[in-house]
Design a protein. Structure first.
Length: 142
């Protein structure tokens, strides 16, 4: 899986990220690198460890540097995944829009054929309006 992600990212190297697939690939690639920063610990865990009491200044500085790297990496990764998610929503909306246009055209054509057909068989001339002369007595009681 790591080799596949590297191959995907390698194809996009040096290019602007313009599709959701590219964005997702870079987000996965970044996640793999973030796991190596502090033995798989997250920014929150690393930052809390850097602020712990009783640490020597060098260890605290090293942990804070790792926390800064994790913060930047997780932020970038979340931005990339957000772009991927909205790209997916936009793609679905685009396909739904094309489907709605096609459905509208089909229904419009069917309506035109229905009007032509109703005129051909003379439905418009033979339909008499219904006139109610006297209300029904059961309904008056209600």
């Amino acid at each position: 899986m790591v080799q596949e992600e590297r191959a995907t990212v390698r194809q996009c190297a040096g290019q602007q990220v313009t599709t959701g697939a590219q964005s997702e690939a870079f987000a996965r690639f970044i996640a793999g690198h973030l796991a190596l920063v502090n033995d798989g610990k997250t920014y929150a865990q690393t930052s809390a460890a850097a602020r712990a009491d009783g640490l020597d200044p060098q260890t605290a500085a090293d942990l804070q540097a790792k926390a800064d790297t994790l913060f930047k990496g997780e932020t970038l990764r979340s931005i990339m995944l957000n772009a991927y998610g909205w790209w997916t929503v936009a793609t679905i909306a685009l396909y739904a829009g094309w489907f709605m246009i096609a459905a509208g055209i089909v229904l419009g054509v069917r309506a035109v054929f229905g009007i032509i057909h109703s005129r051909r068989i003379g439905l418009r001339e033979t339909v008499d309006p219904v006139v109610i002369e006297e209300p029904v007595k059961e309904l008056q009681a209600v």
